[in-house]
Design a protein around this ligand. Structure first.
Ligand code: RP5
Length: 160
Protein backbone atom coordinates (compact mmCIF):
# COMPACT_ATOMS: atom_id res chain seq x y z
CA UNK A 1 0.00 0.00 0.00
CA UNK A 2 1.17 3.56 -0.66
CA UNK A 3 2.18 5.62 2.37
CA UNK A 4 0.68 8.90 3.53
CA UNK A 5 3.24 11.62 4.14
CA UNK A 6 2.46 14.00 7.00
CA UNK A 7 4.39 17.24 7.23
CA UNK A 8 3.87 19.86 9.92
CA UNK A 9 5.42 23.30 10.01
CA UNK A 10 6.29 23.15 13.71
CA UNK A 11 6.10 20.76 16.63
CA UNK A 12 3.48 23.15 18.02
CA UNK A 13 1.16 21.64 15.36
CA UNK A 14 1.51 18.16 16.91
CA UNK A 15 -1.92 17.97 18.63
CA UNK A 16 -3.58 18.41 15.23
CA UNK A 17 -1.31 15.88 13.57
CA UNK A 18 -2.09 13.35 16.28
CA UNK A 19 -5.73 13.40 15.19
CA UNK A 20 -4.65 12.45 11.66
CA UNK A 21 -2.25 9.78 12.87
CA UNK A 22 -4.96 8.16 15.02
CA UNK A 23 -7.22 7.77 11.98
CA UNK A 24 -4.42 6.35 9.81
CA UNK A 25 -3.62 3.84 12.57
CA UNK A 26 -7.29 2.87 12.80
CA UNK A 27 -7.19 2.00 9.07
CA UNK A 28 -3.74 0.37 9.17
CA UNK A 29 -2.51 2.83 6.56
CA UNK A 30 1.28 3.31 6.58
CA UNK A 31 2.49 6.85 7.19
CA UNK A 32 5.60 8.90 7.83
CA UNK A 33 5.64 12.13 9.86
CA UNK A 34 8.10 15.03 9.57
CA UNK A 35 8.53 18.56 10.83
CA UNK A 36 9.54 20.64 7.80
CA UNK A 37 8.71 24.31 7.46
CA UNK A 38 8.18 26.19 4.21
CA UNK A 39 9.99 29.11 5.82
CA UNK A 40 12.47 27.65 8.32
CA UNK A 41 13.55 24.52 6.37
CA UNK A 42 12.50 25.22 2.78
CA UNK A 43 15.13 22.89 1.30
CA UNK A 44 13.99 19.85 3.31
CA UNK A 45 10.33 20.58 2.59
CA UNK A 46 11.04 20.82 -1.12
CA UNK A 47 13.20 17.68 -1.18
CA UNK A 48 10.50 15.67 0.58
CA UNK A 49 7.92 16.75 -2.01
CA UNK A 50 10.19 16.22 -5.02
CA UNK A 51 11.03 12.64 -3.95
CA UNK A 52 7.68 11.66 -2.41
CA UNK A 53 6.28 9.69 -5.36
CA UNK A 54 9.51 7.76 -5.82
CA UNK A 55 9.61 7.11 -2.06
CA UNK A 56 6.25 5.31 -2.10
CA UNK A 57 3.85 8.01 -0.99
CA UNK A 58 0.33 8.22 -2.44
CA UNK A 59 -0.85 11.42 -0.74
CA UNK A 60 0.64 14.14 1.44
CA UNK A 61 -0.94 15.95 4.36
CA UNK A 62 0.63 19.32 5.17
CA UNK A 63 -0.33 21.20 8.34
CA UNK A 64 0.73 24.74 9.17
CA UNK A 65 -0.47 27.82 10.96
CA UNK A 66 -0.10 31.59 10.56
CA UNK A 67 1.27 32.46 7.06
CA UNK A 68 0.66 28.83 6.13
CA UNK A 69 2.59 28.31 2.90
CA UNK A 70 3.61 24.73 3.63
CA UNK A 71 0.86 22.86 1.77
CA UNK A 72 1.23 25.14 -1.24
CA UNK A 73 5.00 24.82 -1.26
CA UNK A 74 4.73 21.03 -1.08
CA UNK A 75 2.10 21.01 -3.85
CA UNK A 76 4.35 23.14 -6.04
CA UNK A 77 6.94 20.37 -5.98
CA UNK A 78 4.86 17.22 -6.57
CA UNK A 79 1.86 16.06 -8.55
CA UNK A 80 0.74 13.79 -5.71
CA UNK A 81 -2.49 14.94 -4.08
CA UNK A 82 -1.77 17.39 -1.25
CA UNK A 83 -4.20 17.93 1.62
CA UNK A 84 -3.74 21.11 3.61
CA UNK A 85 -4.66 21.52 7.28
CA UNK A 86 -4.82 25.16 8.37
CA UNK A 87 -3.80 25.24 12.04
CA UNK A 88 -5.14 27.62 14.64
CA UNK A 89 -1.92 29.00 16.08
CA UNK A 90 -2.15 32.78 16.19
CA UNK A 91 -4.23 35.73 17.30
CA UNK A 92 -6.22 35.35 14.07
CA UNK A 93 -7.60 31.98 15.23
CA UNK A 94 -6.56 30.08 12.11
CA UNK A 95 -8.31 32.33 9.59
CA UNK A 96 -4.87 33.46 8.40
CA UNK A 97 -3.79 29.85 7.84
CA UNK A 98 -7.11 28.92 6.24
CA UNK A 99 -6.85 31.62 3.60
CA UNK A 100 -3.15 31.01 2.97
CA UNK A 101 -3.78 27.27 2.51
CA UNK A 102 -6.98 27.35 0.48
CA UNK A 103 -6.35 30.26 -1.88
CA UNK A 104 -4.04 28.46 -4.29
CA UNK A 105 -3.39 29.68 -7.82
CA UNK A 106 -4.80 27.68 -10.74
CA UNK A 107 -2.59 24.73 -11.60
CA UNK A 108 -1.36 23.94 -8.08
CA UNK A 109 -4.32 22.56 -6.12
CA UNK A 110 -4.37 21.95 -2.38
CA UNK A 111 -7.39 20.12 -0.96
CA UNK A 112 -7.97 22.14 2.20
CA UNK A 113 -9.84 20.75 5.19
CA UNK A 114 -11.29 22.71 8.13
CA UNK A 115 -9.13 24.65 10.58
CA UNK A 116 -7.48 21.98 12.81
CA UNK A 117 -9.21 19.28 10.71
CA UNK A 118 -6.66 16.55 11.30
CA UNK A 119 -9.09 13.64 11.26
CA UNK A 120 -10.74 14.68 8.00
CA UNK A 121 -7.34 15.19 6.38
CA UNK A 122 -6.49 11.58 7.16
CA UNK A 123 -9.88 10.34 5.96
CA UNK A 124 -9.46 12.21 2.69
CA UNK A 125 -5.99 10.73 2.23
CA UNK A 126 -7.43 7.26 2.86
CA UNK A 127 -10.24 7.91 0.37
CA UNK A 128 -7.61 8.86 -2.22
CA UNK A 129 -5.68 5.62 -1.62
CA UNK A 130 -8.95 3.65 -1.62
CA UNK A 131 -9.64 4.57 -5.26
CA UNK A 132 -7.24 1.77 -6.19
CA UNK A 133 -7.73 -0.40 -3.08
CA UNK A 134 -11.13 -2.14 -2.72
CA UNK A 135 -10.27 -3.49 0.74
CA UNK A 136 -9.57 0.00 2.04
CA UNK A 137 -12.79 1.24 0.41
CA UNK A 138 -14.69 -1.47 2.31
CA UNK A 139 -13.18 -0.26 5.59
CA UNK A 140 -14.32 3.27 4.77
CA UNK A 141 -17.86 1.98 4.15
CA UNK A 142 -17.72 0.23 7.52
CA UNK A 143 -16.73 3.42 9.29
CA UNK A 144 -19.60 5.34 7.71
CA UNK A 145 -22.04 2.66 8.91
CA UNK A 146 -20.60 2.78 12.45
CA UNK A 147 -20.66 6.57 12.51
CA UNK A 148 -24.33 6.55 11.44
CA UNK A 149 -25.19 3.99 14.11
CA UNK A 150 -23.50 6.14 16.77
CA UNK A 151 -25.64 9.15 15.82
CA UNK A 152 -28.84 7.10 15.76
CA UNK A 153 -28.03 5.64 19.18
CA UNK A 154 -27.64 9.17 20.54
CA UNK A 155 -30.95 10.09 18.88
CA UNK A 156 -32.69 7.12 20.47
CA UNK A 157 -31.26 8.01 23.90
CA UNK A 158 -32.35 11.67 23.76
CA UNK A 159 -34.50 12.51 26.75
CA UNK A 160 -35.22 16.24 26.55
C1 RP5 B 1 3.82 27.77 11.39
O1 RP5 B 1 3.86 28.75 12.37
C2 RP5 B 1 3.70 26.47 12.12
O2 RP5 B 1 3.02 25.55 11.32
C3 RP5 B 1 2.94 26.81 13.38
O3 RP5 B 1 1.56 26.52 13.25
C4 RP5 B 1 3.14 28.29 13.50
C5 RP5 B 1 3.88 28.69 14.75
O4 RP5 B 1 5.09 27.98 14.82
P1 RP5 B 1 5.97 28.00 16.13
O5 RP5 B 1 6.41 29.42 16.32
O6 RP5 B 1 5.08 27.51 17.26
O7 RP5 B 1 7.12 27.05 15.88
O8 RP5 B 1 4.96 27.80 10.61
Amino acid sequence: MKKVGIIMGSDSDLPIIEKAVNVLKEFDVPYEVHIYSAHRTPVEARDFAVNARENGFGAIIAAAGMAAHLAGAIAANTTLPVIGIPCKSSVLDGMDALLATVQMPTGIPVATVAINGGANAALLAIQILAVADPELAKKLDGKRVNDSKAVLTKDANLSL
